[in-house]
Design a binder for this molecule. Structure first.
Ligand code: ADP
Ligand code: MG
Length: 246
């Protein structure tokens, strides 16, 4: 029996902004159907690592492959990559001039050429899943932050990605709205979606992650299951980090 290939592989990746080395020789992999949480202090390179996976940032050297697609500037590869990878940001980035429904149907209609009625039926189904069906005809300004973020998740899912990247999806939210977004993410995790999540929500990480990666100054300092990471933490640097967050 052959072992399945990892869904994403990152091999000896380096990234600098000017003289500042932000990622140092990072090698790791992400398996299909698994949830990985990336932790680390501000500036440790978490966003840069995530953004390189769908070419929002270019790596300087090393190799990244996503579902067999080598991440590069090749137009065909980029197109294929962007279809497979969905991303949700700290700032929800919804199109302000479009209704919720039009936000969700926009990419399927433009990029995939999905007919309007079909795109809208699919969008309504996704909006139901994130609890936003009743708000389909509103504009983003009429929604709370938590509601906007749930729409942003539905919008990313509308392209039927094979992996979802989340960069601090609840960091810009008022505390009372964090749970409704995390609940949607938990439901997505249970459905078997491959997810890579940068977050400071430790309870969520412990409950949902299959694996925790800790980045420190551009290097992976630790890669462990959540139980070992949170309950048997022996690294002083990470213990200090956890102490600050808790
Ligand atoms: P994190 O998400 O862990 O807080 P980032 O990946 O955003 O860290 O950033 C890592 C380092 O790279 C930080 O020091 C940040 O200031 C720097 N950096 C990130 N993006 C850029 C950029 N576009 N230009 C210059 N420096 C950047
Ligand atoms: Mg960041």
């Amino acid at each position: 029996m052959s072992t399945p290939q990892p869904f994403i592989t990152v091999q000896q990746v380096q990234k600098a902004f000017g003289a500042h080395q932000v990622l140092r020789n990072v090698s790791t992999h992400f398996d299909a159907g698994k949830v990985t949480v990336i932790l680390g202090s501000s500036g440790s390179g978490k966003s840069t690592l995530l953004r390189m996976l769908n070419r929002l940032e270019k790596h300087d050297s090393g190799t990244i492959t996503v579902d067999g697609i080598e991440v590069s500037d090749d137009a065909k590869a980029l197109n294929a990559l962007r279809r497979e990878v969905g991303m949700v940001f700290q700032q929800f980035n919804l199109f302000p001039h479009l209704t919720v429904l039009d936000n969700v149907t926009r990419a399927p209609r433009r990029v995939r050429g999905t007919p309007k009625a079909e795109a809208e039926a699919k969008a309504m189904e996704l909006l139901r899943k994130v609890g936003m069906e009743a708000h389909a005809h509103k504009h983003p300004f009429a929604l709370s932050g938590g509601q906007q973020q749930r729409v942003a998740i539905a919008r990313a899912l509308a392209m039927e990605p094979k992996v979802m990247l989340f960069d601090e999806p609840t960091s810009a939210l008022d505390p009372e709205m964090v749970k409704e977004v995390l609940d949607v993410m938990k439901q997505l995790a249970r459905s078997g979606m491959t997810m890579i999540i940068v977050t400071h929500e430790m309870g969520f990480a412990r409950e949902v992650a299959d694996r925790v990666l800790f980045l420190n100054q551009g290097e992976i300092l630790q890669d462990r299951p959540p139980e070992a990471f949170f309950d048997q933490q022996d690294n002083p640097r990470i213990r200090a980090f956890l102490g600050q967050i808790a």
